[in-house]
Design a protein around this ligand. Structure first.
Ligand code: 6PG
Length: 250
């Protein structure tokens, strides 16, 4: 896969964060209709969420007309420091005073995690309008990339990588020896907009592998993940993009 032309590179983290915030606004600034977002977890989005909840981006989107979901969640309670829900609530949803009835947390702490994944899929199918193929099509799915090439909680060697029917699965992550809930590739690919936001020198090597053009998605799950009918944008900072070939650098 040649490096997608839609890679934006900020000279530093603040500029990359501003580029990413502009892409979020572009994807969500459609007024007068309910939109849907699946948020990324981990640490990278923290700066982006804080920016979106601050001027100038805070006033450029009707944040109250959005159904909020997550791309994945760790098997921890919602107030656990590792919770992706807690991070987004603290940095974005609470500062924007989002109505909690439109916030749909993954109950990844459930003992019966497969049942919780099934329930989450039912909620998505109920609230996210389907495309012509009957697949719920999020307006925006935010994603990060781990140093092993995982995205959402689709890790190398995890069972969910090959799931083609279910939209949400709970599975074991061999490298972490823990369970995760995650959206699956069929749902991710149906999004109108996918925004990968990746920063920092620690991601330079894996991004070079992902964008080398011959990456195997089973070994590098983020490789080759593109929307089937929408826009896939990668926003990187210069440190993360340092080894990626064929891109225009700041
Ligand atoms: C998670 C995320 C995951 C994340 C990557 C990168 O639950 O960890 O959803 O896919 O995006 O692991 O994480 P960092 O942003 O912390 O590097």
């Amino acid at each position: 896969m040649p490096p997608p032309t839609n890679i934006l590179i900020g000279k530093d983290m603040p500029e990359a964060t501003a580029f990413a915030a502009e892409q979020v606004v572009r994807a969500l600034a459609t007024p007068n209709r309910t939109r849907s977002v699946a948020l990324a977890g981990g640490s990278t989005p923290r700066a982006l969420y804080t920016s979106l909840a601050s001027p100038p981006w805070k006033t450029r989107v009707d944040w109250q007309g959005i159904e909020w979901f997550w791309g994945d969640e760790r098997a921890v309670p919602p107030n656990h420091p590792d919770s992706n829900y807690r991070m987004a609530r603290e940095t974005l949803l609470h500062p924007l005073a989002v109505d909690p009835t439109h916030v749909h947390r993954m109950a990844a702490e459930a003992v019966d995690l497969p049942a919780a994944a099934h329930d989450y899929e039912t909620t998505i199918r109920h609230l996210v309008p389907a495309n012509a193929q009957g697949m719920p099509a999020f307006d925006l799915i935010l994603l990060g990339v781990g140093a092993d090439g995982h995205t959402a909680s689709l890790f190398p060697g995890s069972a969910g990588l090959t799931e083609r029917a279910r939209l949400v699965v709970a599975h074991e992550i061999p490298s972490l020896r823990s369970r995760r809930m995650t959206l699956t590739f069929p749902l991710l690919r149906a999004a109108r907009n996918i925004l990968f936001f990746v920063t920092g020198a620690a991601k330079a090597d894996i991004l070079a592998q992902i964008h080398a053009g011959d990456a195997n998605p089973l070994r590098l799950p983020a490789a080759g993940l593109q929307t089937t009918a929408g826009r896939t944008i990668w926003v990187l900072d210069a440190d993360a993009a340092r080894l990626v070939q064929g891109v225009i650098r700041p």
